[in-house]
Write a protein that binds this ligand. Structure first.
Ligand code: AMP
Length: 211
């Protein structure tokens, strides 16, 4: 299955991608995660991406398209993949089509803006392994420590309230039009994000299993 996961920042794409990955055995490719890795590694790519990410804006298309091209060509993706956070604009979706990548399903996780702002304030991430937590909804076993690798958890720099508002603006202006793009191709399925992660996961699995 070749899947695109869509949704506002903080809608739970990353968390649901982990669950789908575990159930279907296909890798999640997160452009945000890859860019954060490049920033931590101090590469040229990371340096270029950082200013856009810190401002809550999209990183230029040619950068993320290059990343996706490289990952989708890898052996790991040959039996399917989950795109988490790509495409995020119509030109990116067109580039994916131009690469000849066949998409089976586009799943949009819908969460109202007010909820997003509330959720982002509690989000904590592990800078080492990328695992994501929420102080109220998905707390780590020990406060501020990653369950998976024991590293200290941090607040993502782009989860600051003013950046979150910019990211939401960017989402509505540039990413949301993709819903019409994929609905026209008969690929769009939507799920309403629930309070509890497991409840959203159940809806996600049901949507993916729908014929
Ligand atoms: P995410 O972890 O998916 O929320 O992404 C974090 C940030 O990385 C976004 O706010 C963008 O600045 C950047 N980013 C991730 N994916 C893309 C993409 N497909 N196109 C442009 N920028 C992206």
């Amino acid at each position: 299955m070749n899947l695109i996961l869509m949704g506002a920042p903080g809608a739970g794409k990353g968390t649901q991608a982990e669950r789908i990955q575990a159930r279907y055995g296909i890798p999640a490719v997160s452009t945000g995660e890859i860019l954060r890795g490049a920033i931590s590694a101090g590469t040229e790519l990371g340096k270029t991406a950082k200013s856009f990410m810190d401002a809550g804006q999209l990183v230029p298309d040619e950068i993320v398209i290059g990343i996706i091209k490289e990952h989708l060509a890898s052996d790991a993706c040959k039996n399917g993949f989950i795109l988490d956070g790509f495409p995020r604009s119509i030109p990116q979706a067109e580039a994916l089509e131009a690469l000849g990548v066949k998409i089976d399903v586009v799943l949009s996780i819908e969460v109202p803006d007010e909820k997003i702002v509330e959720r982002m304030s509690g989000r904590r991430v592990c800078p080492k392994c990328g695992a994501s937590y929420h102080t109220a909804y998905i707390p780590p076993k020990t406060a501020d420590i990653c369950d998976k690798c024991g590293n200290g958890l941090i607040i993502r720099p782009d989860d600051k309230p003013e950046t979150v508002l910019n990211r939401l603006f960017t989402f509505h202006a540039q990413t949301e039009p993709l819903k019409v793009f994929y609905a026209e191709r008969g690929l769009l399925r939507t799920v309403v994000g629930q309070e509890k992660v497991e409840d959203t996961t159940a809806l996600v699995f049901a949507a993916l299993e729908q014929a």
